[in-house]
Design a protein around this ligand. Structure first.
Ligand code: PLP
Length: 422
């Protein structure tokens, strides 16, 4: 049969998943001559490659056959114990290894949570803009995504309360990237954390706290995760080794109350039986023999410098009408360009200048806004950051762009201050 004649009857949910705009963009930016602020990639030079190689060698030398075998869905016990201890250190004092589920990255945690809670038409509350691959998951389960606005202190709690009150049925959960948001880089403030928990408790709506970046703080005072403040067992906490050790390992975790934990385990069993046993054992060996704290400090020093360089280059090279967030950690900052600038058009021109970023439109859960861009600062060296920002700044200041942008219609977005040094 001629393959091209076959029309496949895909499930409806596939349309909801779309094609990840970022994956498409990353294909262009893989060219080595391009300075890329596009992906959410950690810096390859901070991966603990040798320590990981030693840990893998020890696994194969000392427990090779067991590591090659099937294992339990919940995960490798010594790794679950290490994770639980780390969570306790981050203030999540009820962190219990029995309720840690090792996942294939926190992305799988998002998928499993969606899988156990969402029927078609169920509502999920998210901050607008939102982590793209979470939107993709929620839409894939045919959920109605209710987008709540935010500012420099994270999502608006009043907005969440209004969203819950206005929904025909209570939303199934509130999805929050509580620290160093993707794409905005902002952190939910301490005051809002308490109020968000109160709202969740009052309406009995669980909170899914997605915290891949919590370890990576470069400035400001630490804020306790929502899971640390939760007294009602309403927070499902997701995190990962992707941004501290390596995303290629695909090892993350979910921590939840007993009931939700049981549901997640069943969902994971159906998805992939368990996370890669070899990686789990290697991660546990690495963490038992390696100074994780010193490693994280090193990563923070490298990324903190890159963030500072990007902020200062933005101040120097971007036009005065542009505004951007000032993240205290994580990998990204979020730029609001003058209202008349299309970040997608700018992207095409920027590729011509061998510099890339992610246009902001796909991150919006509702109507896309065209004049935003996400910039990643972790994956480029300081010199390249300055040069890339300079090239983008030159494009933005060209007469064709700046004439179009200098109109009085530009209203600064909430939560984006102009951090240009005077
Ligand atoms: C907010 C957020 N959640 C989850 C993930 C996925 O992380 P992992 O590699 O652990 O699947 C990312 C990765 O960029 C992210 O930004």
């Amino acid at each position: 049969m001629n393959k091209e004649l076959v029309t496949y009857a895909y499930a409806r949910r596939l349309a909801g998943m779309g094609a990840s705009a970022i994956r498409e963009i990353l294909k262009v930016t893989e060219r080595p001559e391009v300075i890329s602020f596009a992906g959410g990639l950690p810096a390859p030079e901070v991966f603990p490659v040798e320590a990981l190689a030693r840990a893998h060698a020890a696994v194969f030398a000392e427990e090779g056959a067991q590591a090659c075998q099937y294992s339990t869905t919940e995960g490798w016990w010594p790794l679950r114990e290490w994770i639980a201890k780390r969570m306790v250190r981050r203030g999540i004092t009820d962190g219990a290894p029995e309720r840690v589920l090792v996942t294939s990255g926190s992305q799988q945690g998002i998928d499993l949570v969606a899988k156990i809670f969402l029927d078609p038409g169920d509502a999920v509350v998210v901050e607008n803009p939102c982590y793209l691959a979470a939107l993709q998951v929620f839409r894939g389960y045919e959920a109605d995504v209710i987008a709540v606005e935010g500012d420099d202190e994270g999502m608006s709690v009043e907005g969440v309360e209004r969203a819950i009150a206005g929904a025909p049925r209570p939303p199934k959960f509130i999805y929050v990237v509580s620290q160093f948001h993707n794409p905005k880089g902002t952190t939910l403030s301490a005051g809002r954390r308490q109020r968000l928990l109160e709202v969740a408790r009052r309406h009995l709506v669980p909170i899914v706290e997605d915290d891949p970046y919590g370890e990576l703080r470069y400035s400001g005072e630490p804020v306790a995760p929502l899971a640390a403040l939760d007294e009602g067992g309403l927070v499902i906490y997701l995190s990962t080794f992707s941004k501290t050790l390596s995303p290629g390992m695909r090892v993350g975790w979910a921590h939840a109350s007993e009931d939700v934990f049981g549901a997640l385990v069943r969902a994971k069993q159906a998805a992939d039986l368990h996370t890669n046993t070899i990686q789990q054992r290697a991660a546990a060996r690495l963490l038992a023999s390696f100074d994780f704290d010193a490693h994280v400090e090193h990563v923070k020093a490298v990324y903190g410098e890159r963030r500072d360089v990007m902020l200062s280059a933005l101040g120097e090279y971007f036009p005065p009408e542009a505004r951007w967030t000032r993240p205290d950690g994580g990998l990204f900052l979020w730029v609001e360009l003058p209202a008349a600038v299309s970040a997608e058009e700018l992207f095409e021109e920027a590729i011509g200048e061998r510099v890339a970023f992610v246009p902001g439109a796909p991150f919006f859960a509702g109507a896309p806004r065209r004049n935003f861009m996400r910039l990643n600062f972790s994956n480029s060296r300081p010199e390249a950051i300055r040069e890339g920002v300079r090239r983008l700044g030159n494009l933005l200041k060209r007469p064709a762009v700046s004439t179009a942008t200098a109109g009085p219609e530009h209203a600064p977005g909430r939560g984006l201050e102009n951090h240009r040094p005077e």
